[in-house]
Design a binder for this molecule. Structure first.
Ligand SMILES: Cc1cc2nc3c(=O)[nH]c(=O)nc-3n(C[C@H](O)[C@H](O)[C@H](O)COP(=O)(O)OP(=O)(O)OC[C@H]3O[C@@H](n4cnc5c(N)ncnc54)[C@H](O)[C@@H]3O)c2cc1C
Length: 367
């Protein structure tokens, strides 16, 4: 067997071309650093995600020169909460957007390459100081940017082992004028004991339905996503009213064990952790993409100042910046997934509108 080729320690190497990795690559490339951007997928896929782009996501993305409206994103101006028979609607503090991850990630990747990042397709298997081992070869650099999102790499894993971890599920409903009229310019959150479903329209008029639920709830449905949807529809008339537009056997994508609430407090020199590898905000806040972009930009700026040695200071500063939104979102998620908590949240959103808007603001990453 021949030994894998080895790259000399020159350019910063970004592992993962999702929102976090692309944001870092764009800033690095624009500063003349010629980063190498590695992703396991040659074609941009449609990552499992709620597809809700907060006003903060829109603003940070604009700093990279990408305008979500120009990508055809649907405008979202209000939040609707459903819990059992209860319902509340609240205006968002600022307009947000619905956009598929294929649309969003494609624009970011295009921008990174146009800025001068070199894109290479490889699957990274393991990390060691100054070295990422891919299936094709090894990548040596004194500045590694870890942006593999949900996927942990050997040598840099995040802690797992929650007793009843959160799972993500997603299905799409084809454009339908009646469904469009029903959802309109809103992000809907349907709260259930054990999780929630978020619904938003996307650029092609389809509806993205994304659920984050405890594993035990899926187990109650015989580990069958279709049965789970039936179970939830049986608990909520409004959710059932949306699901009736879905095809008979919808394709349901799933991801396992999302470590909500985890924040990287520190790192070793030469290893910058970005996006979900830096902080995992509960998804009902709809702020994960914003954190991804903000962390990618902050890490690249830190690198410009101090090279690979700036990684620990960047990580500690970003951990402090992420703490408030992540903890606020965790508290809301823990309340929302309890039956009485969900009822309380809709009651508060209906009767104390400023409180709902304050919670939405506090769960954003500071600009
Ligand atoms: C159920 C659910 C719903 C969500 N809904 C929303 C929402 O509505 N709005 C919002 O803002 N956030 C949402 N989020 C959060 C959001 O999806 C993440 O925070 C965001 O995708 C993080 O971006 P990232 O760049 O860190 O990682 P990712 O988006 O996961 O990107 C990682 C990239 O790395 C690549 N990669 C992975 N492993 C390897 C490897 N070994 N080698 C090479 N390449 C690799 C992947 O192909 C991918 O391109 C949701 C999360 C979940 C779980």
């Amino acid at each position: 067997m021949t030994a894998p080729a080895t790259m000399p320690a020159t350019a910063p190497v970004v592992l993962g071309a999702g929102p976090a990795g692309c944001a870092a690559a764009i800033v690095l490339a624009r500063s003349g650093a010629e980063p190498l951007l590695i992703d396991r997928d040659a074609e941009v896929g449609d990552a499992l995600c709620g597809g809700f782009m907060s006003w903060r996501t829109a603003a940070t993305t604009r700093k990279l020169g990408i305008d979500l409206e120009q990508l055809g994103a649907q405008r979202v101006t209000a939040l609707r909460l459903f819990a059992g028979r209860r319902f509340a609607q609240s205006a968002l503090p600022e307009p947000a957007y619905g956009l598929s991850r294929r649309g969003f990630d494609s624009a970011l990747r295009r921008t990174a390459v146009a800025a001068g990042a070199r894109l290479e397709v490889d699957t990274i298997r393991a990390l060691a100081p100054g070295c990422a081992s891919g299936e094709s070869r090894e990548y040596r650099s004194d500045s590694l940017f870890l942006a593999s999102g949900k996927h942990d790499l050997r040598g840099a894993t995040r802690p797992r082992g929650a007793r009843d971890p959160a799972l993500g599920l997603r299905l799409r409903i084809a454009p339908d004028p009646q469904l469009t009229a029903l959802i309109g310019e809103t992000i809907e959150l349907h709260l259930f004991a054990g999780g929630y479903a978020g619904i938003v329209l996307q650029e092609d008029g389809s509806a993205n339905i994304c659920l984050a639920l405890r594993k035990s709830l899926l187990a109650r449905a015989g580990n069958d996503p279709a049965q789970l949807l039936d179970l939830l529809a049986g608990e909520s008339e409004s959710f059932a009213a949306r699901l009736q537009f879905a095809p008979a056997n919808p394709r349901v994508d799933t991801i396992a064990a999302v470590p909500y609430g985890w924040i990287a407090q520190d790192t070793a020199p030469g290893l910058f952790r970005l996006g979900d590898q830096a902080a995992v905000i509960p998804s009902l806040a709809g702020e994960g993409m914003s954190i991804a972009i903000a962390s990618g930009m902050a890490a690249a700026q830190a690198w410009q100042q101090g090279g690979g040695g700036a990684a620990p200071a960047y990580q500690q500063t970003f951990a402090r910046r992420a703490r408030r939104p992540v903890r606020v979102a965790e508290a809301i998620w823990q309340l929302a997934e309890r039956e009485l908590g969900g009822h309380a949240l809709t009651q508060i959103a209906r009767s104390v509108a400023p409180a709902a808007r304050l919670a939405m603001r506090l769960s954003r990453i500071a600009a």
